[in-house]
Design a protein around this ligand. Structure first.
Ligand SMILES: C[S@@+](CC[C@H](N)C(=O)[O-])C[C@H]1O[C@@H](n2cnc3c(N)ncnc32)[C@H](O)[C@@H]1O
Length: 238
């Protein structure tokens, strides 16, 4: 799938969002392993879509959609669903999933920063486990882009590795997370995967994300911190 939706050439200082960050998922085999490790669960996707009020004809955009389960479940309930991802391999997996279910969501090989939404403004924009791929300055730009594609009153949902622990306790919390979440090779995400996440990717604190959401034009309707390392934000476009 060729890259799509780029609005205009970017300046030399622009973030290279098509270059992989952290763990390399740039092969068909790596994507299949990712999907298994991630524990893709259509029931969980449906529960989230219910919470966000996604029904027939809802316009939904999932940014960094990965293997596309949420987008496919949205399309299965009749939503006009768009999946956006920079990875050709992820989108090929997502497309195969859609084909299996006989639905045809819109796939866009482009990024948080480059995606230019066309057609009616979206009712719902989601992004899960992915905003941390951008450094903070670029997260803010991505959130502005997300707000720009949503109608006023539309919902924005964010789930990610976001830190709500006190900064002075960072080392302890990160060690506890990695110890508890790591699985042996072949049985899930490994210690090396989590170490690479902390070292090479750009997860940040909840109070930074909250400020960014507000500056992007969102009101935070609810947030939850099920673990000191993970957070979800449910927002409304002002
Ligand atoms: C950890 S996966 C999460 C995928 C999916 N949202 C999920 O919940 O399983 C991160 C995804 O972000 C994509 N990605 C990385 N940088 C991106 C960018 N700048 N714009 C859009 N997608 C990006 C990767 O290709 C990958 O599919």
């Amino acid at each position: 799938m060729p890259r799509s939706d780029t609005t205009h050439p970017r300046p030399a200082w622009y973030f290279p969002e098509y270059a992989p960050v952290g763990v390399d998922l740039g092969s068909k085999a790596a994507v299949a392993v990712y999907d298994r490790n991630q524990g893709t669960d259509p029931h969980a996707d449906d529960a989230l879509l219910d919470r966000l009020g996604v029904t027939e004809d809802t316009h939904l955009v999932d940014l960094a959609c990965g293997t596309g389960s949420l987008v496919v479940q949205a399309a299965r309930r009749g939503a006009v669903a768009h999946g956006v991802d920079v990875s050709e391999e992820m989108l090929a997996f997502a497309q195969a999933r859609a084909d299996r279910f006989g639905v045809a969501p819109h796939w866009h090989r482009t990024g948080f920063l480059d995606y230019a939404h066309r057609g009616p403004l979206a009712d719902v924009v989601t992004t899960k486990s992915a905003l941390h791929q951008l450094p903070d300055f670029w997260k803010q730009q991505a959130l502005l882009n997300a707000a720009g594609m949503l109608r006023p009153g539309g919902a924005f949902y964010l789930w990610d590795v976001i830190f709500s622990f006190e900064p002075a306790g960072a080392e302890t919390h990160l060690r506890q997370w990695i110890d508890a979440a790591s699985r042996p090779d072949g049985e899930g995400f490994t210690r090396a995967d989590f170490e690479a996440h902390v070292r090479d990717e750009f997860s940040t604190y909840n109070w930074i994300i909250e400020g960014m959401l507000q500056r992007a034009g969102f009101d935070i309707v609810s947030c939850a911190f099920p673990r000191p390392t993970h957070a979800e934000f449910h927002c409304r476009r002002r």
